[in-house]
Design a protein around this ligand. Structure first.
Ligand code: HEC
Length: 464
């Protein structure tokens, strides 16, 4: 959740409109009659001619019947009563959910693929539509609709779901694993993976990894697997957090799964109250038989379990750097750096930031040991300056493999995470509510939801 920002106030004052007021149809007359932006002064903006294409391109997929959005926006009848709420949510940047933003401190060189953000022109269009009382227009001359965002893995070739569901018990975080035999008799190449979470009220993360030795074959059913590892897996192939979508490797790349491997799924359950049922989380895969030209891998960089790595000295640290976020403190920063081992260049095709409830801003950059071409010495990779635990998606760069950010042996990857451990942080309020507490306390590094992390997921294409 983002707070109300200046843009939102500025926008609302255009016509004396208030977010809550426009939600009530009875107050429409108020919007209709408001000053210069009214229908007589501005050219009419209509649903069928102007608005539906924007809603299809930016809100489709979620705000359709049966989608994860709380109401459908793909029909005039359901979109019109929401016109004011739509304009406000878009003007404030709350919708569509999208965390990667450019700032003075971070301007990635490569644009994002499927950038969900609404352009300034379209924000104004949606505002004008609301201000004019949400006119319908002529359905017989409706503008053709663009494609909606694809939220699911298309053409999966295999699905792996545990044969029995798991029901966590209230009273803390639980890490449970399940080992699958995908039945591979020859090497196959993974080009897509989508975690399908069961009960969103309790599933806080899912990690999918390859167990190349087959050691987890002895496990029958669900088994407990806390402790920072992958529960017997040795190579990550997929990571999911709330709001996450499918993982797709770039065209012409894939991750090898050799004959005989097992696949381990680790689920972090955070049952905060007793309002949940059995969970049936699983995942779908897209596998191809032929070897692609290049190999793609996903990896996690940063701090996730209790043993801190690469930490830089920070405020409040004693003689050695320590990952510790004091109670009742805003703007606490933990930073860390990691030198890339010999090898590369690795082409970075996607990035995802990850913190828990106290985090508010995360930035990842690479310092090139020997910049090449037009590479800056320090290249920002991603910043999510309004971190929201509920919307964790992966950001994919829109470029050919050779034009992606390149990481080579000797380069340094730096992460900077900022935490607001105060009651004005909605994430902290949520965490305290889950824990049945009302005061902030010291937050340390760790795996459970009430601990913190500073972690970057990175998708890499290996050199040819
Ligand atoms: C990835 C899925 C997704 C997309 C894309 C998306 N929404 Fe939503 N939207 C949701 C969900 C889920 C909620 C309810 C939870 C919440 O508010 O975060 C929501 C809530 C809302 C709300 C009510 C809460 C608020 O913040 O005002 C509005 C209005 C809204 N969406 C409008 C839009 C519009 C307009 C678009 C496109 C321009 C859009 N959404 C795109 C999933 C989505």
């Amino acid at each position: 959740m983002r707070g109300l920002d200046e843009r939102r106030y500025g926008f609302s004052s255009v016509c004396g409109r208030r977010a809550a007021a426009v939600l009530a149809p009875t107050l429409w007359a108020f919007s209709l009659g408001c000053g210069d932006a009214g229908p007589s002064a501005a050219p009419s903006v209509t649903y069928y001619q102007d608005v539906a294409p924007v809603l299809a391109a930016k809100c489709g997929g979620c705000h359709v019947s049966g989608g994860i959005g709380p109401f459908a926006l793909d029909r005039f009848e359901s979109a019109a009563p929401m016109a004011g709420a739509i304009a406000d949510a878009v003007a404030a940047g709350r919708m569509p959910p999208w965390g990667a933003e450019e700032s003075e401190g971070c301007t990635p060189r490569v644009p994002w693929k499927d950038d969900a953000r609404v352009s300034e022109a379209d924000k104004q269009l949606l505002a004008a539509w609301a201000d004019q009382g949400a006119p319908e227009g002529d359905p017989t001359t409706a503008t053709e609709l663009p494609a909606s965002p694809v939220l699911d893995l298309e053409d999966p070739t295999m699905e792996l779901f545990p044969s029995e569901s798991y029901t966590p018990t209230v009273g803390g975080d639980v890490f449970m694993c399940y080992s699958f035999d995908p039945g591979l008799t020859a090497t196959k190449w993974l080009t897509g993976l989508q975690v399908v979470p069961g009960d969103l009220a309790v599933v806080h993360h899912v990690l999918v990894s390859i167990d190349s030795t087959g050691a987890t074959a002895d496990e029958t059913g669900w088994y407990a697997c806390s402790g920072g590892g992958l529960g017997g897996g040795d190579q990550l192939i997929g990571a999911w957090g709330p709001g996450g979508g499918p993982l797709l490797t770039p065209e012409g790349t894939g991750t090898p799964l050799v004959a005989g491997v097992r696949i381990v799924m680790q689920v972090h359950y955070h049952p905060a109250n007793d309002n949940f049922g059995p969970d049936s989380t699983g995942f779908t895969l897209r596998l191809q038989d032929s070897a692609p030209a290049r190999t793609a891998l996903v990896t996690l960089i940063g701090n996730a379990s209790s043993a801190a790595e690469g930490l830089l000295p920070g405020e409040g640290d004693g003689s050695a750097p320590v990952f510790k976020i004091p109670a009742d403190t805003a703007g606490h920063v933990e930073s860390m750096e990691f030198v890339v081992p010999e090898g590369g260049p690795y082409s970075l095709f996607q990035v995802g930031t990850h913190m828990h409830y106290v985090g508010v801003d995360m930035l990842a950059e690479v310092q090139h040991a020997a910049p090449q071409g037009d590479e800056p010495e320090t290249e920002c990779l991603v910043q999510t300056p309004h971190w929201d635990f509920n919307w964790q998606r992966t950001y994919v760069y829109d470029a050919e493999i050779d034009a992606l950010p390149q990481i080579r042996g000797g380069d340094t990857i730096r992460l900077r995470c900022t935490y607001d451990n105060v009651l004005t942080n909605p994430g902290v309020l949520q965490a305290l509510e889950d824990a049945g507490r009302s005061e902030t306390s010291v937050v340390r590094l760790g795996e459970t939801t009430l601990d913190e992390m500073c972690l970057l997921s990175a998708g890499l294409v290996l050199p040819q």
